[in-house]
Design a protein. Sequence first.
Length: 370
Amino acid sequence: MTEPSRPTPSYWDYLRLDSLLGLQGGLEKDESRLMPDELHFVVVHQVFELWFKLCLRELRLARDDLREPEVPEERVPYVVHHLGRVSEILKLMVQQWSVMETLTPQDFLAFRDKLVPASGFQSFQMRELELVLGMDEAERLRYGGVDPLDHILEAAEASPAGEFVRERITSARSEPTLRAALHEWLRRTPIQGSQPDDPKDEVRISTFLSDYLEAYRASQDEMAARLEAASVADADTLRTRVDHTVDAARRFLTAEDVDEADRASTRRTRAGLLFVESYRELPLLAWPRRLIDAVVEVEEQFVLWRHRHARMTERTIGRRVGTGGSSGVDYLDEAARGRIFPELWAVRSLLLSREALPPLDDPDFYGFAR
């Protein structure tokens, strides 16, 4: 029996353009009833949501590779690839605010009131993005004193799409994060040739950190001496600043800022991060340092997107109350100051010049000849 022939696919069938292009009718579900610039507003934000969808998929692929108990070296470039795609998407999203800014304040005011109490803060995919990246719950900026996720779940109660939204948020809250996967991967970094399961690993890590802090103190003392000689500041002021800087570095590297139960693990994670950043030219560390750079790039672009959002909002509506009742621009500005990967940024304050680094105990382990 002859099988029925498969329909010849078309471009519009593949992309389901008949469905996609019928989704811009707003609350009225009818484009003909929209204000002149309202279609523009709808399309720009729908495109943002499509980009969020792709970012979430790429981040989950990167996270899943990275959270394997042992990450094969050949998989690290794939993690970097997925993270790089997210960065490029975010760069486009930053530029997309320029398109949004072609909406004048008066044109937006013509239909803004119909959005109340809806708000871009209710973008559950943006909140999913924060969750998958690993934003700590305590660091999530409150929305009128309420956790944004709780606000979204409350709004979902009265929405036809409420069950869908609740499932997405609930699932994202319970899944592993990129930050946790990255930390565990960094914790396994070979440091001075030593690995976590080596019998003397704790001693080797302590020695590495002690040697590094000694070199860091020497570099800070040298800088203070140059500044004092140049009469930039008096000796007592410089000494106080150096002591404070070195003590902050010590507390960070010894993980004094975390609970004692997690201190040993966090200390090794931060030591691994410091080692990769300090000796990044070693062949064995070439891809690990690119992976760290890729994560930093993702967060940098996410922060820039938030900042650009704030400036677009200020340009369009000034500093009035947001449609959802938030403080508007002030909320956006504060959100842009947050960091999901603070360690990756903090370690840059501790880096030394190549000449000042403690010598490697086993260069051959990392692919260098003695």
